[in-house]
Design a protein around this ligand. Sequence first.
Ligand code: 2HG
Ligand code: ZN
Length: 465
Amino acid sequence: MTDPAALAALSTLVDAGKVLTDPVSLQAYGTDWTRHYAPAPSAVVLPRTIEQVQAIVRWANRHQVALVPSGGRTGLSAAAVAAHGEVVVAFDQMNQILAFDAVDRTVVCQPGVITQQLQRCAEEHGLYYPVDFASSGSSQLGGNIGTNAGGIKVIRYGMTRNWVAGLKVVTGSGELLELNRGLMKNATGYDLRQLFIGAEGTLGFVVEATMRLERAPRNLTAMVLGTPDFDAIMPVLHAFQGQLDLTAFEFFSDKGLAHILARGDVPAPFATDCPFYALLEFEASTEDVANQALATFEHCVEQGWVLDGVMSQSETQLRNLWKLREYLSETISHFTPYKNDISVTVAKVPAFLREIDAVVAQHYPDFEVVWYGHIGDGNLHLNILKPGGMDKNEFFARCAQVNQWVFEIVQRFDGSISAEHGVGMTKRDYLHYSRSAEEIACMKAIKAVFDPNGIMNPGKIFAPE
Ligand code: 2HG
Ligand code: ZN
């Protein structure tokens, strides 16, 4: 635990009352949406300026205190969990949108800006911030950048990385770096900005970000299609991609749908029961596009790939169809799920899912398994639900035993053990299934450059040495 004299020194570096040590704050700021680790930070500090962040980092170097960044705490890999007496640096006070440039279509944001705040700001200017996911109402931009957040529109717009035009970061030694300064073209050597995106705060803190915006989509329209089996989903994707520019292509299983319908506040898409469902979205900018979508739907039915389907006719219907997919994570969170967030190239998805499903069925015959994910970009979320009476630790231990089998398949398919949720603590012991020993050595060497004293979010991405 951090020495009381050091904590007293810390409180002189920020505004009065902005170092918190009460149990409620330690509990709240020390954790994220994972429930694997008990939060145990020494303190929480809330800087207001970049200079204050630099002073905190220099203080941590002097006192050898580990720092953990904290945004909206919606992470799913325990990257922002402080379980070992660290000091949490929370960015709630740095939550302003600082500037908008209509010509460059960029917005300068502080790291504590909520994703939805950025989306709304874009809308106010007739534009669009396309990175979107269920937690957009509470996740913060700094965290999105730290994990290179993906979400439901990646098939069309890519990950957070694509939208970061410039970054200001405070490194683990307290230096301020201004990376790329919003430029579209910049061929001046290594692009350090990219290193900080997805680094989970292990190299430094993002203290300002210049984000790009996009033209607003026109008349977004969704379809939910029921398929007779998982294999039918891929030809459906292929058929629609051949005709339309999709903005999303998601899937979920009948088990997932049953949990959503059990909530009682989301209407069923249609009456036919199907083992799998695809949700796709496109811009119905003209009547021709909508007709093309309907013709493709009919073609899929004729081929036997689709059993039933529905197309949204209004904003309300669009929103209701999305709820079927977007509410899943929150809805099943009450069953303390064990989560996997795995990916392969799209062409390999059917064979990959079949193998994983067989391993899971063999090893977890008594657990409920819920599949969903961003199938259009090869990202599957495998959630295993804890049976009612089982102890949480026993459940996680049993799930962890099967990881080896799952991740060996991921490795054989050249896939990723974490497609979009990051490594944090929950996946750090499995990093070698996706990254070679040489790559991991390079990553550690890079960390040593930016964080020579190892104070930046230690124990995340890499297991402690
Ligand atoms: C989603 O796609 C999120 O809904 C959460 O990435 C995934 O709950 C999950 O496993
Ligand atoms: Zn996801």
